[in-house]
Design a protein around this ligand. Structure first.
Ligand code: ZN
Length: 323
């Protein structure tokens, strides 16, 4: 059976790990960490566990690594779709806002320019001008995410996913977000190893927070230039993706509460640039559509104000759901 399209990006994830200079994978390997990620849920879903670090209980021989990380391919595909919906809606609103302000003559010139210029960016922008297509693709992807959380996709349904152009130039912008989002998830697991957490017992909230912090600060301090921007946006996508997997916002007894967890890291990033607010708003609007929440505060400019209203609203739901 054909793998999810997202499998085509596995090499890009490995490359992104090479860019994380402070990440001492070699040391991890010496200490018995298997460098190969074991993929699960490859056969079309449904989703089991997002990612985990495990310890083999009985060592077969001294050359068998004692610890390994698993990653769900179904989750990876869900995360890619969330990145795609959010990025394309965010950029589509921005480009259509500029387009609507243009005179008829400017619109014709702009469209001509998009047609004549064959660069990746212009092809991406041309696609985004078609708001209807952005919305219908988003609706289809949300529908697929819902299916993937309950059952396996058929071969035909997997084939359908290939039309989103995952490995094309146009997918590049989405892919860069996705690759770092997955890197954050994997770094979180790697951190359980590098921070010497006790694998004999169930993790504690302190350990989960420490793993989050270690993963976050590693990407935050190691990434430079354009990668840094994608990496930090990717972290937010990864954190918000978790409330798609469990929309109840319930305390799982181990991890920090999901909304508090997201905003903890958003608060660090917002000091740096207002651009994170836009992505956050689109992540939460996408979640509202997905979870049939009809009371999400409406989008009013600027994004920084809207996201504060969303924060208050979401924290209240989280609080009520955990009473
Ligand atoms: Zn963990």
């Amino acid at each position: 059976m054909k793998c999810f399209p997202v499998c085509g990006l596995n090499e890009a994830i490995t490359k992104s790990f090479d860019k994380i200079i402070s990440l001492d994978i070699a040391k991890g390997i010496r200490e018995g960490l298997d460098p190969t990620i074991r993929l699960v849920d490859e056969q079309g879903g449904p989703l089991t566990t997002i990612a985990e670090i495990k310890e083999r209980s009985v060592l077969i021989d001294k050359d068998t690594p004692k610890r390994y990380v698993t990653l769900s391919v179904t989750y990876s595909q869900i995360l890619w779709m969330i990145c795609s919906i959010v990025m394309r809606n965010h950029d589509s609103i921005a480009i259509n806002y500029e387009y609507d302000k243009m005179s008829s003559k400017q619109k014709i010139d702009f469209e001509q320019e998009l047609l004549n210029n064959g660069s990746v960016i212009t092809r991406y922008e041309r696609e985004l001008l078609d708001e209807k297509k952005v919305l219908s693709d988003s609706a289809n992807m949300l529908n697929t995410i819902e299916i993937l959380s309950t059952r396996k996709l058929s071969a035909e349904e997997i084939e359908e996913l290939y039309k989103y152009d995952i490995t094309s130039d146009i997918g590049t912008r989405v892919n860069s977000l996705y690759v770092f989002a997955i890197s954050f998830i994997l770094l979180h697991e790697f951190s359980h190893h590098s921070l010497n957490h006790d694998f004999k017992q169930i993790g504690t909230r302190d350990e989960e927070e420490a793993a989050d912090h270690n993963a976050f600060w590693t990407l935050y301090s190691d990434m430079e230039g354009e990668y840094r921007n994608s990496a930090l946006l990717g972290i937010l996508c990864a954190l918000v993706s978790l409330i798609f997997i469990d929309t109840s916002l319930k305390d799982d007894g181990v991890h920090p509460l999901p909304i508090e967890r997201i905003f903890y890291f958003y608060d660090i990033l917002k000091e740096e640039s207002p651009k994170y607010a836009g992505l956050m708003c689109h992540l939460f609007y996408t979640w509202a559509v997905y979870s049939h929440d009809e009371n999400m505060p409406p989008l009013e400019a600027p994004y920084e104000d809207t996201i504060e209203k969303i924060r208050t609203y979401m924290l209240e739901i989280e609080h009520n759901n955990n009473e």
